[in-house]
Design a protein around this ligand. Structure first.
Ligand code: SAH
Length: 186
């Protein structure tokens, strides 16, 4: 997984005047008051997904596309949703330009997931969610994993594993800090 991250040139996801910051283990502002997660967080969430070649992965919060590129580098087929128009447009053009083609980049609301392409082997939410959206749980395969930071001011990294049609296991992994997962009202 670290090798996959090493293959993705993080500086390309930032404004070129900040290239020096690209390899520090820090979050960094992208457009529209959003941030690209710090590399440690990307590594942590990616690891929890247990990705295998050709897994179908849904990402909520495309942002700069950095996390998307890491998932593609690991052999996943990635479906990614962004609700911020400016970032969506920018990243949709940018990712293929540097050689990363997600299966789909969607402008939409991550709370709803992507029912038409479900079920997924894994779902990763890259914004802080106030609660776990039921739509996302229901779009997991049995055996599938949802990695989601839950909380308002700060979040607890949470993993849900679907163990049967009806049952989920829940595991918690400590505190992180994300930009909020927004709903229609904000
Ligand atoms: N994975 C991104 C991290 C971006 S930060 C990267 O590697 O750069 C989180 C992103 O989630 C922001 O771009 C924000 O606009 C987006 N977001 C917030 N609420 C959302 C929602 N309801 N649906 C989809 N995306 C959302």
């Amino acid at each position: 997984m670290l090798a996959a991250m090493g293959n993705v040139p993080r500086h390309l996801f930032m404004d070129s005047s900040f290239a020096d910051f690209a390899y520090q283990d820090k979050a960094f502002p992208i457009a529209a008051e959003q941030t690209i997660s710090q590399p440690y967080t990307v590594a942590f969430q990616t690891e929890l997904l247990h990705i295998k070649e050709n897994h179908q992965i849904l990402e909520i919060g495309t942002g700069s596309g950095y996390q998307t590129a890491v998932l593609i580098e690991m052999g996943a087929k990635v479906f990614t949703i962004e609700r911020q128009q400016e970032l969506f447009k920018k990243t949709k053009l940018f990712l293929p330009k540097i050689g990363y083609s997600p299966k789909k980049i969607i402008f939409g609301d991550g709370y709803k997931g992507l029912p038409e392409d479900a079920p997924f082997d894994g779902i990763i939410v890259t914004a802080g969610a106030p609660f776990v959206p039921n739509a996302l749980l229901s779009q997991l395969k049995v055996g599938g994993r949802l990695v989601i930071p839950i909380g308002d001011e700060e979040q607890i990294m949470t993993l849900f594993i679907r163990t049967s049609e009806k049952d989920f296991e829940k595991h918690e992994f400590g505190k992180f800090k994300f930009v909020p997962m927004l709903n229609k009202k904000n």
